[in-house]
Design a protein. Structure first.
Ligand SMILES: Cc1cc2nc3c(=O)[nH]c(=O)nc-3n(C[C@H](O)[C@H](O)[C@H](O)COP(=O)(O)OP(=O)(O)OC[C@H]3O[C@@H](n4cnc5c(N)ncnc54)[C@H](O)[C@@H]3O)c2cc1C
Ligand code: FES
Lengths: 112, 644
C-alpha cells in the first residue's frame, strides 16, 4: 500500500509548527501505524533529515504512552484502539492521512 | 579462550544461619536498625518505577528515608510491569488444595531446574501471602468468587491453584497500587520523581556506590545525583533480541554500566522464550505481542506433516497434521511447560514445517474445542483474546486456527545479588527482574510480579537500612567529586561520538541484526559451534556499528535515535557476554538447552557434578572472568525435571 502523509512538524514547544507532506510506499496492511512511521523515519534519517518524534513504549495498548491525532480523531478511525494497536489495513491504499499531536493540556507538545 | 576462571574468589551469599524456615526471621532479628529521627539524613536513589522500584520507593519513604526515583517514561506508572497479564502467585491455600510455603518453594526451585539459592526461594514463598493482603488494602481489584472470596487460577508447572489475578491486567492493577503508594510520598516530599530521565552511569567513590549520572531526555541535560545507596530496579533486557514481548524502551544499560564499574552479572544468557506470542509478519515488525498461555488449555498445537506446505490450514486434512506436543509429551500434551513447548515449536519450524508467510509459526487450533463446547463457551473463556488476535492480525480465529510463535520474554539472568539483594559493590542493590535471584534457569509463570513486589515491599526495606546502619554516620556526598566529574565527561563524550560517526545505517538496523544472531544462536537451543560463530558475528557487528552508524547529531533536546544508540551499544556488549555464558555452561538446564547435552529423545541433561553453580561474570580488560557461586542444597535433593 502507498500513502500520502500530512504531518504536523514542530521543533519545540516555543516555536510555531506547520503541516509537511511525505509519502510512504510498499506498506504492508499488517504493519501497525507506528511501524509505518518507523519506516518513514528510517528513510528520513538515512537521507539526513530530522525524524518525526512520537511517543510509544509497550506497543500493545496498555501503557498509555502513545497517542496521535489521526484524520481528526484521537488514536484514529477505530474505537477502543490505541495508536500502537492501529494497523494499516484500517486505511485505503493511496489515502492521504493527516497526523497531528494531541491538543490537550495533559499532553503538551515537546517536539514532533 | 573466550573467558578465564577465577576459583579463588568465593561470592559471599550472606545466607543467615538456621533452618530454612527461620532464616529470614533470623536475619530480621539481627539486622541493624536506624532510629526514626536519623532516617531523614539518608538519601537513596532508585532507578526504575516498575513494581519493584515503586514498591521499594514507597516503603523506604514511609520509613522516613529520602528517595529519588528515575524512569525513562513520562510517568512512573508506564513501567513495563503494566503489561503483565496472567497473575501473581501467593501461598494462601484458599483452595484448600494442599498448598504450603514449602510446596511453593519446592515448585519454584524445581521449575528453575535447581539453579537458584534455596534460602532466597524459600523467602519468596514465605513473603508471598502478605503481598495479597497489602495489595487488597491498596484497592487492587483481584478477581473474586461469587461468595466474595478472592479467586485463584492454576499456572504451568504446579499442581495447585495459587495464582491471583485481575482480569488479564494483573500487572497494571498491581502497579497502580504501588504507584499510588509512591505518589503519596511524592506529595509528602519524601520521594522526588525524575521522569524522562535515563541513567547513563553509576558513580563509585572509593569502591562504594554513591550516585548516578542521568540524561534528561527532553532537554538533553546531563545531571549528577548523589546518594548514600543506589538501587537498580530497571527490569528485564529481553529487548536485546529486538523482537520480544518487552516495551520499546526496555534496556540493559543501567545494569551493564554498573557491570562495567565492577558489579557481577549472573547467568545473563538465561532467557525465557514464551511459546504463545504472535509471530513476526514482516521485516518492519517492532514488537511481538504475548497471547495468554491459557489458550493452550483448549487450543491444539499442530504443523503440517508436509514440508513447505502451501495449502490453507482449513484445507489440510486431519491425517496430514502433526500434533507434535501431544505426540512427544502424551501426558502433558499442549500444556507442556514454556521452555519445552517453545523448543518443540522451534524444532518443527527449523525442520521446514513452519506456517504463515514467513514460515515461522505453528497453528493453535480451536476447531475441536469449538465443535465440542460451542462458540459461546469458547467466547466466554477467551473472547477478549480472540478479539485482540483479530485486531492485530485481521484474522477471525473462530474460523481458522491462530498462528503463534515463540518470543523472548523474561530475563532470568541479571546482576548478581546476595541474600540481602546487594550486588558485590557496596551500596549498590538490584531488585525485581534486573537481578538474578529466585527463578534459577527457568521462571514459573506468575512468580515474577511476586518477586518484584516482595523485593520492593518486604526485603529491601529491611536489608538496605541494615547496610546504611553498618556504613557509619550519614555523609554528605559532593557531586563535584572527581569521580562524578569524570563519569559525566565520559557519558558526554560517548553521546557526542555517536553523532560523529555519520555512517549509512540506522540504530534499528544494528539492533535487528543482533536480534537475529541471538535468536538463532543463543536462543531456544545453543551449540558450541553456533555460539562461537555468534561471538565473532557480534564482534563484527559492533565494529561496523562504530563505523557505520547514522543518527541525527544533536545531543541537546529530544533525540530518540541517540537514546537508542546508547542502548544498542550496550546490547552489542551484553550479547557477547550472553554467548560466552552459554558457551561456558556445558549442560542443559531450564531455558538453557545445549544440543550437545540431550537424551536420545531430545530431553535436557543437567550436569550437577560440574555445573551446580551460578555463573558470576566480572568485567576485565581482557576476557571476562568467571566466578562461581556453588549452590548448596541443604534442604532438598535436586531431581530430574520430567514432563513426559
Ligand atoms: C508481556 C508481559 C507479560 C507478563 N506477564 C506476567 C504475569 O502474568 N505474571 C508475572 O508474574 N510476570 C509477568 N511478566 C513479568 C513481569 O511483568 C516482570 O518481570 C516485572 O513486572 C518486572 O518488574 P520490574 O519492577 O523489575 O521492572 P519494570 O516494570 O520493567 O520497570 C523497569 C523500570 O526501570 C526504568 N528504567 C529501565 N532502564 C532505565 C534507565 N537506564 N534509566 C532510568 N530508568 C530506567 C523504566 O523506566 C521502568 O520504570 C510479564 C512480562 C511481560 C513482558
Ligand atoms: S505504546 Fe503503550 S499503549 Fe500504545
Amino acid at each position: 500500500m502507498d500513502f500520502k502523509l500530512k504531518i504536523w512538524r514542530q521543533e519545540q514547544a516555543a516555536v510555531s509548527g506547520k503541516m509537511m507532506a511525505y509519502t510512504v510506499k510498499d506498506i504492508s496492511p499488517d504493519m501497525s501505524f507506528l511501524e509505518m512511521l518507523d519506516q518513514l523515519n528510517e528513510n528520513l534519517i538515512l537521507s539526513g533529515q530530522n525524524p518525526i518524534s512520537f511517543d510509544s513504549d509497550c506497543r500493545e495498548g496498555i501503557c498509555g504512552q502513545c497517542g496521535l491525532f489521526i484524520n481528526g480523531r484521537a488514536h484514529g478511525p477505530r474505537g477502543h484502539t490505541s495508536t500502537c494497536q492501529l494497523h494499516m489495513r484500517s486505511f485505503q491504499d493511496g489515502e492521504t492521512i493527516y497526523i497531528e499531536p494531541f491538543r490537550a493540556g495533559p499532553f503538551p507538545i515537546k517536539k514532533t | 579462550m573466550y573467558f578465564s576462571t577465577d576459583s579463588k574468589q568465593i561470592p559471599k551469599a550472606k545466607v543467615p544461619q538456621g533452618d530454612l524456615r527461620d532464616k529470614w526471621s533470623n536475619f530480621k532479628d539481627q539486622a541493624k536498625l536506624i532510629s526514626p529521627n536519623n532516617r531523614n539524613k539518608y538519601h537513596v536513589i532508585i532507578v526504575g518505577t516498575g513494581l519493584s522500584g515503586a514498591s521499594a520507593a514507597a516503603s523506604l519513604a514511609e520509613l522516613g528515608y529520602n528517595v529519588s526515583v528515575f524512569c525513562f517514561q513520562d510517568s512512573p506508572r508506564r513501567a513495563h510491569s503494566v503489561a503483565a497479564q496472567g497473575g501473581v502467585n501467593a501461598m494462601k491455600n484458599y483452595k484448600n488444595d494442599g498448598d504450603s510455603v514449602h510446596r511453593m518453594f519446592y515448585d519454584t526451585l524445581k521449575g528453575g531446574d535447581f539453579r537458584a539459592r534455596e534460602a532466597n526461594v524459600y523467602r519468596l514463598a514465605e513473603c508471598s501471602a502478605s503481598l495479597i493482603d497489602q495489595a487488597v488494602a491498596q484497592g487492587v481489584p483481584f478477581a473474586r468468587e461469587y461468595s466474595g472470596y478472592l479467586s485463584n487460577r492454576s499456572f504451568g508447572g504446579v499442581q495447585v491453584s495459587r495464582t491471583f489475578y485481575a482480569r488479564g491486567q494483573t500487572g497494571q492493577q498491581l502497579l497502580l497500587g504501588a504507584y499510588q503508594a509512591m505518589m503519596r510520598q511524592v506529595k509528602a516530599k519524601k520521594v522526588t520523581s525524575y521522569t524522562r530521565h535515563e541513567m547513563l552511569d553509576l558513580v563509585l567513590i572509593n569502591g562504594v556506590a554513591k550516585g548516578i549520572i542521568a540524561r534528561n531526555l527532553d532537554t538533553g541535560e546531563i545531571t549528577r545525583h548523589t546518594a548514600n545507596a543506589v538501587v537498580l530496579a530497571t527490569g528485564g533486557f529481553g529487548k536485546i533480541y529486538y523482537l520480544s514481548t518487552l516495551a520499546m524502551g526496555c534496556n540493559g544499560s543501567a545494569i551493564w554500566r554498573a557491570h562495567k564499574k565492577g558489579a557481577w552479572t549472573a547467568c545473563p544468557s538465561w532467557t525465557q522464550i514464551h511459546p504463545t506470542c504472535l509471530p513476526q509478519s514482516g521485516s518492519y515488525q517492532s514488537k511481538l505481542t504475548l497471547m495468554s498461555e491459557s489458550l493452550r488449555n483448549d487450543g491444539r498445537i499442530w504443523v503440517p506433516l508436509k514440508k513447505n506446505e502451501d495449502r490453507k490450514a482449513v484445507d489440510i486434512p486431519e491425517e496430514e497434521r502433526d500434533y507434535y506436543l501431544e505426540r512427544r509429551y502424551p501426558s502433558f500434551g499442549n500444556l507442556a511447560p514454556r521452555d519445552i513447548a517453545s523448543r518443540a515449536a522451534k524444532e518443527r519450524i527449523d525442520a521446514g514445517h513452519g506456517v504463515g508467510s514467513l514460515k515461522n509459526a505453528v497453528y493453535l487450533d480451536f476447531k475441536d474445542a469449538l465443535a465440542k463446547q460451542g462458540k459461546a463457551a469458547i467466547a466466554k473463556k477467551y473472547g477478549n483474546l480472540f478479539d485482540m488476535y483479530e485486531k492485530i492480525t485481521g484474522i477471525n480465529a473462530y474460523k481458522e486456527p491462530m498462528k503463534i510463535s515463540p518470543a523472548a520474554h523474561f530475563s532470568m539472568g541479571g546482576l548478581w545479588v546476595d541474600y540481602e539483594l546487594s550486588t558485590n559493590i557496596p551500596g549498590l542493590f538490584s531488585i525485581g527482574e534486573s537481578n538474578f535471584s529466585d527463578h534459577g534457569a527457568n521462571r514459573l509463570g506468575a512468580n515474577s510480579l511476586l518477586q518484584a513486589c516482595v523485593d520492593g515491599y518486604y526485603i529491601l526495606p529491611q536489608t538496605l537500612p541494615h547496610y546504611l546502619a553498618q556504613s557509619g554516620k550519614p555523609e554528605t556526598i559532593n557531586s563535584d567529586d572527581p569521580a562524578f566529574l569524570e563519569s559525566e565527561l565520559q557519558v558526554k563524550q560517548q553521546l557526542e561520538n555517536f553523532g560523529k560517526i555519520n555512517g549509512h545505517k540506522t540504530v534499528d538496523y544494528f539492533h535487528r541484526e543482533l536480534g537475529k544472531i541471538l535468536y538463532d544462536k543463543c536462543g531456544l537451543t545453543r551449540t558450541e559451534k553456533g555460539l562461537t560463530l555468534a561471538i565473532e558475528a557480534i564482534k563484527n557487528l559492533r565494529d561496523s556499528f562504530y563505523k557505520d552508524l547514522k543518527i541525527p547529531m544533536k545531543t541537546d533536546g529530544i533525540n530518540e535515535e541517540l537514546e537508542k544508540a546508547g542502548r544498542v551499544a550496550d546490547y552489542l556488549e551484553i550479547g557477547e557476554l550472553m554467548c560466552i555464558d552459554a558457551l561456558s555452561r556445558e549442560e542443559s538446564c531450564g531455558a538453557h538447552f545445549r544440543m550437545e547435552h540431550q537424551t536420545n529423545d531430545g530431553e535436557a541433561i543437567r550436569n550437577d557434578e560440574e555445573f551446580n553453580f551460578i555463573s558470576c561474570w566480572q568485567k576485565s580488560d581482557k576476557a571476562p572472568v568467571l566466578i562461581k557461586e556453588v549452590l548448596n542444597f541443604e534442604f532438598t535433593k535436586p531431581t530430574e525435571r520430567s514432563y513426559k
